[in-house]
Design a protein around this ligand. Sequence first.
Ligand SMILES: Cc1cc2nc3c(=O)[nH]c(=O)nc-3n(C[C@H](O)[C@H](O)[C@H](O)COP(=O)(O)OP(=O)(O)OC[C@H]3O[C@@H](n4cnc5c(N)ncnc54)[C@H](O)[C@@H]3O)c2cc1C
Length: 357
Amino acid sequence: MWRREPIPGARLVCVSSFAAATYSGMLPGTLSGQYPPGKLEIDLRSLAHAARAELVVEPALSVDMESRTVRFEKHEPVPFDVLSVGAGSVPNRAGIDVSAGAWVPIKPMQTFLMRLYERLQELSRRGREELRVLVIGGGVGGMEISLCLPAYLRRVLGETSHAIAIVDAGERIGGGLAPPALRRAEALLAVRGVEVITGNRITRIEDREAVCADGRRIAADLVVLAAGAAPPPLVENMTLPKDLRGFLLTRDTLQSTGSTEVFAVGDSGTLAGAAVPKAGVYAVRQGPVLWRNIGALVRGESLSSYEPQHDFLRLLNTGDGKALMDYKGWSAHARWCWRLKDYLDSRFMARFRVTRG
Ligand SMILES: Cc1cc2nc3c(=O)[nH]c(=O)nc-3n(C[C@H](O)[C@H](O)[C@H](O)COP(=O)(O)OP(=O)(O)OC[C@H]3O[C@@H](n4cnc5c(N)ncnc54)[C@H](O)[C@@H]3O)c2cc1C
């Protein structure tokens, strides 16, 4: 949007830990081999170049609200008049003590495939008859990963047999899915041999075992952490008002409740008084409101309100050429659902493809 209509007299500085942004909607399809690895990446250098924006490729360490600067380890501090924080979320690792390198957190997503590959290589060097995979977190992300991972394991390890289990602290998996879709998802996981352990919390990860809160030990050569959403370190370190989980609290204009100059969007922000799940569809819908409001703030005009939608279409890649759809309590598991998902995801990604001129 900045490319089409830059704000006169304003300088845009974008900050990202990596030169690419990843689209989570395509990660399961990349695991299952439906997409080549690069397909889920957005090239931020080209995008920034096209928008005449500066791009700092380094994690922002902290935000100093007094001097209005963003600080880095190496890059010089970047001053701001208006700041938008969209640093996403990280898997919730609360209370999990990791004594060995068996685990592969899903974030940063930019390095997930590389870390997964390295762990599998390490395991195959050590040799073992059956690979035991544990996915921590039975939300839709954890379910998709469990269903799409087998194809990836076959590509990397050949026909080594594997067993996958999901463990979730809640009484049921599939956070947010309506009952008909959840029943289908559970049946599908059972057919694919994915064991589902609910009502138990992992407290420790050892080299080839995970330990539950009740003392149960689960054999695990590879542990994928896809549990819940917690604030990323940058957000954790910020001194602005937060919700109970530590995300930045915002008004309906997406401005922090503690500063009119700071916006917080996507997973990093929580709209005060609204129960909005941490899902990409909300982040995407906030984009145009954020854009309008940054411009309005700079021009001294009144700001617009963001109104979250009540429901949204969920399409889970089930790794078999089909997707599981959940929409307004209606569900289907079919090839046409996958084609719809592929169409929507590819159309979304096409918006960010720019050729350098
Ligand atoms: C496997 C999986 C599948 C999912 N599928 C769906 C789906 O189908 N539909 C859906 O609606 N939601 C889905 N989600 C949820 C969705 O990914 C998030 O809600 C969405 O990405 C949030 O967007 P965001 O822009 O807030 O954060 P992100 O997309 O996470 O982007 C934040 C960016 O900030 C960068 N960053 C973080 N910290 C810093 C820092 N200190 N300095 C600089 N840069 C930083 C990160 O590297 C990242 O690139 C899925 C999640 C997972 C894990």
